[in-house]
Write a protein that binds this ligand. Structure first.
Ligand code: PHE
Length: 453
């Protein structure tokens, strides 16, 4: 009886499209627009893209479906979901929650940079293509001690405010308008970028793999990026799956979400890197890439300031739909498991995430010389710990759990609504989740662990 009542009270997505766009809203964020282009730039361009695509196909789709299955089957968020199926596994759900929370702390710092750029665009600040000047502006901003912290605080407050009110109605409506808007905008800016003189070198850099640049660290970076960008290994997709109706097709959703996410990442790459080449910048320039080269592109566009405002606003929205899912993951843990009041949990966790983010912000300037893991500053250490250790660990355990403990037959039954939906790839999926994915993820996780010593 209580079970039935719980089910009735639990929110569900309004439509299939709404769900896919909301999940894509969590997936599409700074990972695609900010991180993908510069990570590709640092890891050999085309060869990184190729490895990335291969990993999305093999691991991304598989884990996406595994998380959706787990969430919808149990109708619970991660810790509860694992516990319901096997009591002893509840802590695995917790790894994901921890990972998403740690990511939130520095995600918000970058989110703050985006807000700063919206303000700059409003002030008409994008009127030069001189990269030295653009780089100077960016570096001066992120390395200053106080200003980035204010923007970091504003971003966190926005996230906190949305999560505090509950998100079920809002997220879906918001994403339905936002995602197509972002997509169209990206195409417009990409066209400008690839038609700049000299831009073709960038297109080639991104699409023509140079296999001499293939090495283990490229694969490592690509897998970390797959997890980060698809919101995998963090319990977010499990939670979103728990709001799914029983007649949706999980194989179909597991295809569309990564497809949309990857399309946006490629679009972002094709926007940023051609501009990098056209304006004579270093593709391996790192996290500043979008902040330094895009303003240069806007300066070369008619109505540049207008496009700049619109673009960074859309990036901000994309970042917020991701950050709320990051915070929601920890909040729902406090509410469901520790029985906290939602408002109190949100405020406490939001404020704490801001505080933990402070050293990440300062690591770009005054605290840049203080190193933690592998000689990395605080910001990079947090990112390494969460993305290269916690996410693969949680993904590996997910595969082992479904493949070897709960059983792929039960998972496939859930995914296909007990055989009502045709899923010809079921044997392939089962084989990947039992063998290919755990071996590949385990190997890469080991490499990350080895670099610690
Ligand atoms: N996938 C998001 C991005 O690419 C980040 C994110 C990770 C959001 C995990 C939620 C959960 O920006």
């Amino acid at each position: 009886m209580t079970d039935l009542k719980e089910k009735q009270e639990r929110d569900q997505w309004g439509s299939k499209l709404g769900f896919i766009l909301a999940a894509a809203g969590s997936a599409v964020g700074l990972g695609n627009l900010w991180k993908f282009p510069y990570t590709a730039g640092q890891n050999g361009g085309g060869v990184f893209v190729l490895v990335y695509l291969a990993l999305v196909l093999i691991i991304g789709f598989t884990l996406m479906m595994a998380e959706l299955v787990l969430g919808r089957h149990t109708q619970l968020s991660p810790v509860g979901a694992y516990r319901k199926l096997r009591k002893k596994w509840a802590w695995v759900g917790f790894i994901g929650v921890l990972a998403s929370y740690l990511i939130l702390t520095f995600y918000s710092v970058i989110g703050g940079w985006i807000i700063k750029y919206i303000v700059t665009a409003f002030q008409g600040g994008f009127n030069t293509t001189d990269l030295g000047a653009l780089e100077g502006v960016f570096t001066a901003f992120i390395s200053s001690p106080v200003e980035p912290l204010i923007y970091h605080g504003i971003f966190m407050l926005m996230t906190l405010a949305i999560v505090m009110g509950g998100i079920s109605g809002g997220i879906e409506k918001f994403s339905k308008i936002l995602m197509p808007g972002l997509f169209i905008m990206m195409i417009v800016i990409m066209v400008r970028s690839i038609t700049l003189p000299g831009a073709m070198a960038g297109v080639e850099y991104l699409l023509k793999p140079d296999f001499s640049k293939l090495n283990l660290s490229v694969v490592l970076a690509a897998l970390g990026q797959v997890f980060f960008s698809l919101s995998l290994g963090m319990g977010v997709i499990i939670t979103y799956g728990s709001y799914l109706g029983k007649n949706e097709s999980l194989p179909e959703s597991s295809f569309f979400i990564p497809a949309i996410d990857t399309a946006v990442a490629l679009l972002a790459g094709l926007t940023i890197l051609p501009a990098v080449f056209a304006l004579g910048f270093d593709p391996a320039g790192g996290p500043g890439l979008i902040f330094i080269t895009l303003p240069g592109v806007f300066a070369k566009m008619p109505l540049g300031s207008f496009f700049a405002i619109l673009f960074f606003l859309l990036v901000l929205f994309a970042a917020v739909t991701s950050s709320i899912s990051l915070l929601e993951s920890a909040v729902s843990f406090f509410v469901d498991e520790l029985k906290w009041n939602r408002k109190a949990a949100t405020i406490l966790l939001g404020v704490l995430a801001f505080v933990i983010g402070v050293p990440s912000s300062l690591a770009n300037g005054v605290w840049g010389h203080i190193t933690f893991i592998n000689g990395l500053n605080f910001f990079d250490s947090m990112s390494f710990f969460a993305e290269n250790l916690l996410l693969p660990l949680s993904g590996l355990l997910l595969c082992i759990f479904i493949g070897w403990f709960w059983g792929t037959d039960k998972a496939v039954a859930e995914a296909t609504n007990n055989g009502k939906i045709k899923f010809g790839l079921a044997p392939t999926w089962s084989f990947i989740i039992k063998w290919v994915a755990p071996i590949a993820i385990g190997f890469i996780l080991m490499q990350s662990v080895i670099t610690l010593f």
